[in-house]
Design a protein around this ligand. Structure first.
Ligand SMILES: O=C(CO)[C@@H](O)[C@H](O)[C@H](O)[C@H](O)COP(=O)(O)O
Length: 215
């Protein structure tokens, strides 16, 4: 590849990301603010966030859980958030014994409680293991949020709520998802601060069922 065609490809990549972020700014910020506020009600009350994705989306999903267990910007209590794909022994055992479609669903059945939230990230919105996890979660009373590529797709339809990035390239979807993850964390921290919860200790896990959903 010549230097000029590589530069053209890089320009197109940057342009696609700029376009995707412009659409996210117009169509996605309200959804992310709503999710941040919702998490600020669920997690301090003892609820849990479960997250999962495949490949590049696994990296984005565990980026989100790390921000919640550690911190995003400001000092605050740790909150319960688990990246299911990072449970290597569970993933390999469940995949080996029950099939790859079950690697997340079985963990959702194990860890998810009524009132918890499951976030699933997928560029295609068609990964069977994520669709199985969404169905298991909804049966367990776990609220399902999907971050996907272009709509319509089966995962967005299976979720309670979805934020779909309308762009053709898988890489651009993943990059926009990372921005969405950070915006969600910003909204979560702002909601905690405005409710005065940011410095309060997390409630015992059994209290989660008392958190009413506002779908
Ligand atoms: O990162 C990439 C491509 O950019 C790949 O690893 C990609 O994440 C994998 O092909 C995934 O299996 C795609 O799954 P999904 O996003 O469609 O659910």
């Amino acid at each position: 590849m010549s230097r000029s065609s590589a530069t053209t490809g890089a320009q197109q990549h940057c342009q696609a990301l700029e376009d995707a972020l412009r659409r996210l700014r117009v169509h996605g910020l309200d959804q992310l603010a709503h999710w941040g506020h919702r998490l600020a009600a669920v997690l301090p009350a003892g609820g849990r966030l479960l997250a999962a994705g495949n490949g590049g989306s696994a990296a984005q999903a565990q980026h989100l859980t790390a921000e919640l267990v550690g911190r995003y910007r400001e000092e605050r209590p740790p909150y319960s958030a688990i990246a299911l794909h990072a449970e290597t022994s569970s993933v390999t055992a469940i995949g080996n014994d029950y099939g790859f479609e079950q690697v997340f669903a079985r963990q959702v059945a194990a860890h998810g409680r009524d009132g918890d939230v499951l976030v699933l990230l997928s560029t295609s919105g068609r990964s069977g293991n994520l669709l199985s996890a969404a169905m298991t979660a909804r049966e367990a009373g776990v609220e399902v949020w999907a971050l996907t590529g272009p709509a319509p797709n089966p995962l967005a339809e299976a979720a309670d709520q979805a934020l779909c990035i309308d762009t053709a390239s898988t890489a651009t979807v993943q990059e926009a998802h990372l921005v969405a993850v950070h915006l969600l964390c910003e909204s979560f921290d702002a909601a905690l601060a405005s409710s005065g919860t940011a410095t309060v200790r997390t409630a015992p896990r059994r209290a989660v069922a008392a958190v009413r959903r506002t779908r």
